[in-house]
Ligand binder design. Sequence first.
Ligand SMILES: *[C@@H]1O[C@H](CO)[C@@H](O)[C@H](O)[C@H]1NC(C)=O
Ligand SMILES: *[C@@H]1O[C@H](CO)[C@@H](O)[C@H](O)[C@H]1NC(C)=O
Ligand SMILES: *[C@@H]1O[C@H](CO)[C@@H](O)[C@H](O)[C@H]1NC(C)=O
Length: 329
Amino acid sequence: MPSFGFVSALLVFWQSVVSFIESYFAPTSKFSVNDIPDLTGRVVIVTGGNTGIGKETVKALLCKNAKVYLAARSEDRAKAAIEDLKQTTGKEAIFLKLDLSSLKSVKTAAEDFLKNESELHILFNNAGVMWPPSDQLTVDGYDMTWGTNVLGPFYFTKLLLPALFKASVPENKSRVVNTSSAGSIAGLSYSGSGLNFATFKDSPVRRKYGTQVLYTQSKLGNVVFAQEFARRFGDKIISTALHPGVIRSELARTVADLEGPRLQFFARLVLYPTSQGALTQLWAGTSPEGADLNGEYLVPWARVGKPRSNDPSLGKELWNWLEEQVANT
Ligand SMILES: *[C@@H]1O[C@H](CO)[C@@H](O)[C@H](O)[C@H]1NC(C)=O
Ligand SMILES: *[C@@H]1O[C@H](CO)[C@@H](O)[C@H](O)[C@H]1NC(C)=O
Ligand SMILES: *[C@@H]1O[C@H](CO)[C@@H](O)[C@H](O)[C@H]1NC(C)=O
């Protein structure tokens, strides 16, 4: 009998193919970076802003005069990106040190930010890891994918809630934009395996999961969470989750398979550039229409999609689990 890991990997593969085809042939975007309103006086954080679609997002925001905090793990890489963006936009983003795989680092980052700013208008939860080796755990003992893509962003968002609330006015609510499946090569979709709470930390069942399944699960976690967040805070904060499209991205760095020259060639041929990948999240975060998108799942390019899941009881269960993890930090 084939193992669970094998069957679910096949399922994930099949969903990837379908989702890839759907987003590859998505209609042309009606929204472009020129449609972003002036953002003078707006304070924004972009996690993973040093590379890929995060960097493109920072660039577009700087061009529209936002005050942008570029949150990243590596100071060197962040500073290089800030310098590079200064050359192209004439504006300077601010470095915020953040390692989403460590709860301690998340807390320090939020404190650093809150020392200097009392208001946060837009939070782009853009950073994520794709397929790290499945034996990797975070410093806090969580599955690396789950810890970095779900628990870390949850804690970061939670700590920043006071600033999001403070910035929010009825005619201009603050926004949290969750890039689910950041830069996904395959555009994995979410209906498959559901959430298995026993795999969020190391366990025998986690070790049976393939790294792709763990990734897909973390991305489902993002969507479930965004929906729960929308139910809880929708009167004050607009929350969306989105699939950015099939994008060439640095995330592929973690996908060993893509290192072969033939696959590199394939990627350049069929995948959209990162500037295109930033469009849907910029639409959600800055456009006037974005104000009406609370709880929606967005798909390329700048459109409302059908969520693969919307189960309030799962949302609540996940929320409670996440709260428990950070209760004593
Ligand atoms: C709302 O925010 C946009 C930028 O996102 C800004 O251009 C506009 O002036 C703001 N409107 C109000 C009423 O604050
Ligand atoms: C906060 O402001 C201080 C003083 O201007 C500065 O040294 C520090 O780098 C700032 N921190 C962040 C995260 O912006
Ligand atoms: C985005 O997703 C992360 C992880 O699921 C979650 O912790 C965070 O609070 C979410 N934000 C919103 C507004 O949904």
